[in-house]
Design a protein around this ligand. Structure first.
Ligand code: IVH
Length: 665
């Protein structure tokens, strides 16, 4: 039985946390600090751990589910999720207005931004979010509730215990999308074509923990069966959605006439570039629900609503060729080369085709006439293949059979996309990209060594792997075109300095697939030397929070390769120190993960966490099979049972302290 006062406290905490979530993620006006928020969350986690029956589905602790899901169930929609008619010109929108007026007389419109995301239906029962379903084929969609729950602007609980279904859009903010794609490129993963694809891909991941890191956001704009809630117009529905704590786009506008709609559309054609999310037009809706009903629908879309797309400024051009770019890890990206054309002030000669799935989906061929536009107003992209202009001389774009740079074998790698990659470990293209990463600011930070010079050094045969940089001398450098004495002296100083770079920087520089800055930091914390890290095992790595099987395998197979061994040997011989950021003597709990249950005598939760971390150990709130020790205090909670079930070693506080002392000597 949970004591009444605890129940009340948990409820208060849940409400408080969700209120601050709402302030932060929906209104963007937080009223407390991150620390304060973490404190509330911690307390709630503590209570729920002690009294698991407090873990309700609407608890903010349940946003990120604990485990992997196997797949998604298909669910029928309560009413079809329809697509909209599209128009592209002022004349089209005037025709729409004429048709509407002819059928139902004078109307008022609501003009909304058309968010370029993925549509979603959210079902609430007694005010609690129970299901989130994708559009699917319009009649049936995928139940992706576990993933949608991680989106902080989606309320888990409504202010009132009502049954409700709403619809709207999930999207990835542009600034996150851009960073995310750069990171994918750095980690050797294929990039996403646009935020919408990135959103759709993310929502179908089987691990909610990863979804929660992708910063997805939402706008709701539709209430199913609005009359049930006394709503008479779309405008009222938007206000109702706001009152139910959904995130509603702030730029919707009531328009008394079609001219006002056109003004709105013109305005946003310009303003859209300043938004944090991509929009591809506006949606114009008849405001009055009765009139909407009267208008009814055609076979495929309602007559009361229309999408008025922005004039994607498009130009026609021809694909002359496809080039293949080889990235650091060997991933091959196809790039279309066009007959140069001008678009919105710049001359465009090429556009990334992102990956081979994208090429086959759009059936893009060499020789095709295509329309290109700037996606989100910025990045040149093929928007349409003019198949009518084909003359059968077009050549399909296939993944290359050999690496376009070194002629090495090409292999297939499955992930969120199928990627093709050059498998020759000595490929020059890979080496050049890798050297660029190796000398970059996050890694060894060797200034003055740009892509051009790297290319020359590789072509001259002076640099065959990253370690060779430390063996460059005055003689070699003086052979390179355009490199003078001053530059040589600066470069050699920089290279000398780089020998003192910390271990985490070296790890980034090694370019292990899937290992970026964050992972490198945790690795350097757990392993004090590069030798330690190179002798590690998959199981050992997987005990580290944030490292999954794929990355663990990638790390181990990297260090098992002859090439890596040779590089590390050469680096050490050259005098590269790569010291860990954590001093060895303080690192006595390195590699161990601890969890705590119950009340400790000498430490608060925060204190023991800091203590463990200061000794190089890892502290976690969630007990898993990967946890090494559960420290048991007074009044332990359900974690103790879990530990027994998982076979996790339990120790008392005294024992823990003894352990740190023993290890410290
Ligand atoms: S209303 C029956 N409003 O555009 C009316 N749709 O091509 C349902 N979309 O599938 C749609 N922003 O995913 C509506 N403010 C907005 C929208 C919007 C984006 C998407 C939606 C729909 C697609 C139609």
């Amino acid at each position: 039985m949970v004591p009444e006062n605890i129940k009340e406290e948990a409820q208060r905490l849940r409400d408080e946390i969700e209120y601050h979530n709402y302030r932060y993620y929906v209104l963007s006006t937080p009223v407390i600090s991150d620390e304060e928020y973490d404190r509330l969350m911690k307390r709630l986690l503590e209570l729920e751990e002690k009294y698991p029956e407090l873990k309700t589905p609407d608890s903010p602790t349940q946003r990120v589910g604990e485990s992997h899901v196997e797949g998604f169930e298909t669910v029928e929609h309560t009413e079809p999720m329809l697509s909209l008619d599209n128009t592209y010109s002022e004349m089209d929108i005037r025709n729409f207005d004429e048709r509407v007026k002819k059928l139902v007389g004078q109307v008022v419109y609501v003009a909304e931004l058309k968010i370029d995301g993925v549509s979603i239906a959210l079902r609430y029962k007694d005010g609690i979010l129970v299901q989130a379903i994708t559009r699917g084929d319009g009649l049936r969609g995928d139940d992706i509730t576990v993933n949608v729950k991680t989106i902080r602007s989606v309320p888990l609980k409504l202010p009132e215990p009502i049954d409700l279904e709403v619809r709207g859009e999930i999207f990835m903010p542009v600034n996150f999308f851009e960073k995310f794609n750069v990171q994918r490129e750095e980690e050797g993963l294929p990039m996403f074509a646009n935020p919408r694809n990135a959103t759709a891909g993310t929502l179908h991941l089987l691990d909610p923990t990863i979804v929660s890191q992708r910063k997805l956001d939402s706008f709701m704009y539709y209430v199913v069966k609005p009359q049930q809630y006394g709503l008479k117009t779309q405008w009222e529905a938007l206000k109702f959605l706001e009152s139910m704590k959904f995130k509603v786009n702030p730029h919707s506008r009531l328009c008394e006439s079609v001219n006002e709609v056109i003004t709105y559309w013109r305005e946003w054609t310009e303003r859209r570039k300043g938004l944090e999310y991509w929009i591809d037009g506006i949606v114009v809706k008849v405001n009055d629900f009765e009139k909407q009903n009267e208008l009814g629908m055609t076979a495929k879309s309602p007559r009361w609503v229309i999408a008025f797309k922005f004039p994607a400024q498009q130009v026609r051009t021809k694909i002359l060729n496809v080039a293949y770019q080889v990235g650091r890890t060997g991933v091959i990206t196809p790039v279309a080369e066009f007959e140069p054309v001008e678009l919105e002030g710049t001359v465009i000669k090429r556009a990334s085709l992102h990956n081979f799935d994208y090429v086959s989906e759009k059936d893009i061929r060499i020789g095709d006439y295509v329309l290109i536009e700037k996606a989100g107003g910025i990045i040149p992209q093929i928007s349409y293949v003019i198949t009518d202009l084909r003359d059968d001389d077009e050549i399909p774009i296939e993944p290359p059979e050999k690496c376009p740079v070194c002629g090495g074998p090409v292999g297939k790698q499955s992930g969120e996309y199928v990627a093709y990659e050059c498998q020759n470990p000595f490929c020059q293209a890979k080496l050049k990209r890798h050297l660029e990463v190796f000398v970059s600011r996050q890694a060894l930070n060797i200034q003055g060594l740009g892509p051009k010079l790297i290319s020359k050094l590789v072509n001259a045969g002076f640099v065959k792997d990253i370690a060779d940089l430390f063996y460059l001398d005055v003689y070699m450098l003086s052979q390179i075109d355009g490199v003078g004495p001053k530059m040589i002296s600066n470069l050699l100083t920089e290279i000398e300095k780089a020998k003192n770079a910390s271990l985490d920087r070296l790890i980034i520089g090694l370019g292990i697939p899937g290992v970026g800055e964050k992972t490198a930091k945790v690795l350097a914390k757990k392993y004090t030397t590069i030798d330690d890290l190179s002798n590690t095992q998959v199981d050992d790595l997987m005990q580290i929070e944030g490292i999954g099987e794929e990355v663990a395998n990638s790390i181990v197979s990297y260090f098992n390769s002859d090439k890596a061994r040779e590089i590390i040997k050469k680096l050490k011989q050259a005098g590269v120190k790569a010291e860990s950021i954590v001093k060895e003597e303080n690192n006595i709990l390195s590699g161990l993960t601890f969890c705590v249950t119950g009340t400790l005598k000498q430490f608060s939760r925060e204190e023991i966490k800091n203590y463990i971390e200061s000794l190089g150990g890892h502290f976690t709130d969630n007990l898993t099979k990967k946890t090494n020790y559960l420290i048991v205090g007074d009044n332990p909670g359900s974690k103790l049972d879990k530990a027994v079930k998982f076979g996790v070693t339990t120790i008392g506080e005294e024992e823990f302290l003894k352990m740190t002392k023993e290890r410290g000597t």
